[in-house]
Design a binder for this molecule. Sequence first.
Ligand SMILES: NC(=O)c1ccc[n+]([C@@H]2O[C@H](COP(=O)([O-])OP(=O)(O)OC[C@H]3O[C@@H](n4cnc5c(N)ncnc54)[C@H](O)[C@@H]3O)[C@@H](O)[C@H]2O)c1
Length: 359
Amino acid sequence: MSNQEEKKIRVAVIGCGSIANSAHIPNYVKNPAVEVKYFCDILPERAEEAVQKYGCGTAVKDYHDFLNDPELDAVSVCTHNDFHAPITIDFLRAGKDVLCEKPAARVLSEALEMQRVSHETGQLLSIGVVNRFGDAVNRVKDMIAAGKLGEVYHVFASFRAHRSIPGIGGDFTTKEVSGGGALIDWGVHYLDLILYCCGEPKPLTASGEAFCKLGKNIADYTYLSMWANRDAQAKGTYDVDDSVTGLVRTDGPSISFLGAWAQNIGKSEMFIDFMGDKGGVRLQYCQNFVYYTFEDGALLEVQPTYPTVDFYETEINSFVQSVKTRQPNQANIDNAVVTSKIMDGIYRSSQAHREVTID
Ligand SMILES: NC(=O)c1ccc[n+]([C@@H]2O[C@H](COP(=O)([O-])OP(=O)(O)OC[C@H]3O[C@@H](n4cnc5c(N)ncnc54)[C@H](O)[C@@H]3O)[C@@H](O)[C@H]2O)c1
């Protein structure tokens, strides 16, 4: 084996919070081709905890301290959405490849700038749209490509929970930090996987309404449990959508959706229906799917079983492989920008209360 083949990919993880510890760091540490060189967080104790926990790397508070380290190959950006664009752009310009968490950015203009700099520098930019690495999603994509559903004419997504506002009053619910609520946080995954499964159709128009209703009176928001930043509740901001609906026309199937971080319906309904003229699929989000079709005068309902792999692990390994081979993977910024355009269209349409064009 040559020296080049043996050289490890040296990475840094910026933002050592929830997604870094549940997905990025453990899977980099597991990958024998990777060395984690830096853990970075503006809360220094989080970076130091990571060094202790994973037994590698150096804790750093300010990413500028290792931005130009010539040994560093790639970084994961796991901060909140407001820092996705500036940190990603700094590292691309410093000659590093980047895996940035979803959504690519708060607003379309930031995502377009990230794409422009990635193209200009020739550095790889992947976005953490992890469903593109899910076993069920890839099976549905392959079935659609093989014509098992016939013409897929419409896709409907439901991403609705009874009470699931993440950390009310904190980063997720402050528009200046997050760029939006249920659409940008959950909808991004659904829209992205629909585009992926349907062969990346081009969006043409969007019509939508985004509602800020249940969370805006923070003190009255009633819930059983909450994920993240519970302490921020009393003093924080809530100025994002807690539910959203929309219709997107594309040059392929039309797409409609209803999403809610919180709603006064006591059900959690997380699924995507792919409607074809020969067959249909109901994909339970992050789970399995059922295929409906007909044959010889009978209606068929098939629930396939198959081996599965953790999609975060596949995502991280795919990014590492991209860095080694210099080939973008299926979660690259060019695909993520299309989802950003749709979300931008939905928010613009909601403000204008009419259908808008997507360029
Ligand atoms: N792919 C997924 O399924 C998935 C799941 C959860 C979160 N996310 C995304 O991951 C991102 C982070 O979410 P989280 O839940 O891990 O948040 P978190 O608050 O748990 O972690 C974010 C961390 O970033 C740190 N940070 C903020 N600004 C920084 C800076 N300039 N430099 C260094 N560190 C900085 C914070 O101190 C914090 O520790 C969000 O964009 C979110 O949308 C993705």
